[in-house]
Design a binder for this molecule. Structure first.
Ligand SMILES: NC(=O)c1ccc[n+]([C@@H]2O[C@H](COP(=O)([O-])OP(=O)(O)OC[C@H]3O[C@@H](n4cnc5c(N)ncnc54)[C@H](OP(=O)(O)O)[C@@H]3O)[C@@H](O)[C@H]2O)c1
Length: 282
């Protein structure tokens, strides 16, 4: 298949390029294609006529989205609308990467693909609006929700924890935000399998299991030989942010599993990533 990737310069975009090597790829980073430029999006997709588009470009700075919601909607909602319209124009199937933040975090159990979204911050609302456009403008689409993404080159939680641990020698991490860490390579590999199925719909591709930010930080420090760094558990209320945080958003992969597509438990994925970066000691 000819597959065009938006946001190809991002952490997931890069992993997608490695996972989709059996296909003919058209990877477009932000400098190649700004998804808020409608004419440029149509030009790119109409000229190249891909069979599929993996739309990974997004404004992913959750607090930045809260500070500038209009920009969040321009990129994440309207940018996705444009990509979906261009896919419709050439008959391309679309994979839209979405997020755990479409949920409000009040459920007592991990969220299924069939649970109703109810986003509580501008990032979540803009991504949910993107989902709406994709599902209303196209018949052949996959919405792939992932969460707490880490991988080579990303500015993610794992990297930030290690940086802060080394700079400050002590950490304060929230214990009442719970989610599902996800390794870019595992998510990209799952997407590569999904697009072979033709089973269009909504998917939750996260590494198996869940943890609090506090538990996650402790695990990162332990596996990188930094167990001596003291970590104080704090509550979300003690760590005010511009964006409201949905407190409990682990995702459950029911639909992917029914196709035989599962992701390994997050501690194994974290171990693999730390080894890849050369940070692993335990
Ligand atoms: N990171 C997470 O924890 C997480 C969790 C759930 C879902 N997701 C979703 O996963 C997808 C991939 O995110 P990621 O983790 O790979 O984040 P990322 O590394 O920030 O990648 C996003 C990419 O989109 C690009 N971008 C931003 N605005 C753009 C625009 N107007 N036009 C074209 N490209 C633009 C960014 O370019 P610049 O770097 O130049 O801004 C960046 O390369 C996104 O859809 C995101 O919503 C991410």
């Amino acid at each position: 298949m000819r597959i065009l990737i938006t946001g190809a310069g991002g952490q997931l975009g890069r992993a997608l390029q490695e996972a989709l090597t059996l296909h003919m790829l058209i990877p477009l980073a932000r400098t190649d294609l700004d998804i808020t430029d409608r004419a440029a999006v149509f030009r790119a997709i109409l000229r190249r006529r891909p069979d599929g588009v993996v739309h990974a470009a997004a404004m992913t700075d959750v607090d930045g989205c809260a500070r500038d919601p209009e920009r969040a909607f321009r990129v994440n909602a309207l940018g996705t609308q444009t990509v979906a319209m261009a896919c419709a124009a050439v008959g391309a199937a679309m994979v839209y990467i979405s997020t755990n933040e479409v949920f409000d975090g009040t459920k007592a159990e991990p969220y299924l693909e069939f649970d109703p979204p109810n986003p509580i911050n501008p990032y979540g609302r803009s991504k949910w609006a993107g989902e709406w456009f994709v599902s209303h403008l196209l018949r052949r689409f996959y919405i792939v929700r992932t969460a707490w993404v880490f991988g080579p080159g990303g500015n993610h939680f794992v990297r930030k924890i290690l940086q802060r641990a080394d700079e400050q020698g002590t950490l304060r991490v929230v214990h009442d935000e719970v989610g599902s860490p996800s390794y870019t390579r595992d998510v990209a590999a799952a997407i590569a399998r999904l697009i072979e199925t033709g089973a269009y719909g909504i998917y939750h591709f996260v590494n198996e299991g869940m943890c609090s930010r506090y538990e996650y930080a402790v695990e990162i420090l332990r596996r990188t030989g930094r167990s001596h760094i003291p970590v104080t558990p704090i509550s979300l209320a003690e760590f005010p942010r511009p964006s409201r945080v949905p407190p409990f958003t682990p995702l459950r992969n029911l639909c992917g599993a029914s196709l035989g597509i599962t992701l390994r438990p997050w501690p194994e994925a974290l171990q693999a990533y730390l080894a890849e970066e050369g940070w692993l000691v335990a």
